[in-house]
Design a protein around this ligand. Structure first.
Ligand code: HEC
Length: 320
């Protein structure tokens, strides 16, 4: 059997590595992700793989004198006309032509379609049923307030599990008269004073419960949204600079203040994947929160979000 020369091996490896990264990995990605489109390998990564391949091949070829000779043999043969005059002519003409075409392609001016403006609040697929939704934690029902008063009397308040452990730890550490002292603000203090005197006013209790809801919402916001939307809710979290379409600044007058709260809930629920085509040209990195947060958690976060931004949602038509 004739041995394959070094030159054909180099060509075969280069073509194989290129094909694998260009078409093989994207095809494989469809199998793995089951998405309806392939995930391409980024250009810089392609350059990386190809450079590494070239370096490896260079080492292989230059490792020994024989290897080098073997690699150069077909090239020398071509240049000396060993494969015929025509073959030599074609190759010598093709190399500058390919170079020239690449250069032309790089420098040719292109007319570009002007970028269309992005619609921040598309409504074509916004379900009407969401429009009149109210945040259930904005005005707690009387039954909720009664239950809260009962819990406060017994000192056994049920918090969301995400903060429960920290509050228990704080109670163990400080041994307060009442667990609600954790929140230490005037609304809570007023409620605790009434609790002590056993003269609880419903509205004072409601205001205290609101403080608990806000605290839980802020904690959930810090865990889920802060990385992008930031501590200051101004869309300047540590990850914000990584996105072409920046996370929204909730303190801006043109964002969450101009939409009804049901719309905000819909946006948080369905995220970027739930947006219709008019919300392109850029894809939104906003996650689809219905996959990882319960309705209660989403509503509490929204409560905290508006509170932190010092904004109020738009009032739905026909509501006063
Ligand atoms: C991975 C980054 C990221 C995280 C985490 C994230 N967001 Fe976003 N969010 C974005 C981006 C980017 C936009 C802007 C693009 C868009 O409108 O979809 C956005 C937009 C929004 C909007 C739309 C505001 C408007 O006026 O249209 C709301 C509401 C929102 N986010 C709430 C949240 C909440 C609540 C959380 C946490 C549960 C959260 N986001 C977490 C990236 C993120």
């Amino acid at each position: 059997m004739r041995k394959i020369g070094t030159f054909p091996i180099v060509v075969i490896v280069l073509v194989a590595v290129y094909s694998l990264t260009k078409w093989g990995i994207p095809a494989f990605s469809r199998e793995v992700t089951t998405l309806p489109f392939p995930l391409p390998v980024p250009g810089t990564l392609m350059l990386f793989y190809m450079t590494l391949t070239v370096i490896a091949l260079f080492l292989m070829v230059t490792f020994s004198e024989e290897g080098m000779q073997d690699f150069l043999r077909p090239i020398k043969k071509l240049l000396r006309g060993g494969y015929g005059q025509i073959a030599r002519g074609v190759v010598l003409l093709a190399i500058p032509l390919i170079g020239a075409w690449q250069m032309y392609d790089l420098t040719v001016p292109r007319a570009q379609v002007p970028a269309s403006l992005r619609i921040q609040h598309p409504s074509s697929n916004f379900p009407v049923s969401f429009e009149a939704l109210e945040n259930p934690f904005e005005h707690r029902s009387d039954a909720d307030v009664d239950a809260f008063i009962e819990q406060a009397k017994s000192g056994e308040i049920v918090f969301i599990e995400q903060v429960q452990e920290d509050i228990e730890y704080w109670v163990d550490e400080w041994d307060p008269d009442h667990v609600l002292e954790f929140f230490a603000n005037d609304k809570i203090d007023a409620f605790l004073a009434q609790l002590e005197a056993d003269e609880v006013d419903h509205e004072v209790a409601r205001a205290a419960l609101h403080q608990v809801d806000l605290f839980e919402g802020r904690a959930l916001y810090a865990m889920n949204c802060r990385a992008c939307h930031g501590d200051s809710v101004a869309g300047d979290g540590p990850m914000a600079d990584g996105f072409k379409l920046r996370p929204i600044d909730f303190t801006d007058n043109g964002t969450v203040e101009t939409i009804v709260v049901g719309y905000t809930f819909w946006r948080v629920t369905n995220g970027g994947p739930g947006l219709p085509t008019e919300a392109t040209p850029w894809d939104s990195a906003m996650p689809e929160w219905k996959l990882s947060l319960t309705e209660e958690q989403r509503w509490k976060i929204i409560l905290a979000e508006y509170n932190l931004a010092q904004k109020t949602p738009r009032i739905p038509e026909g509501h006063e």
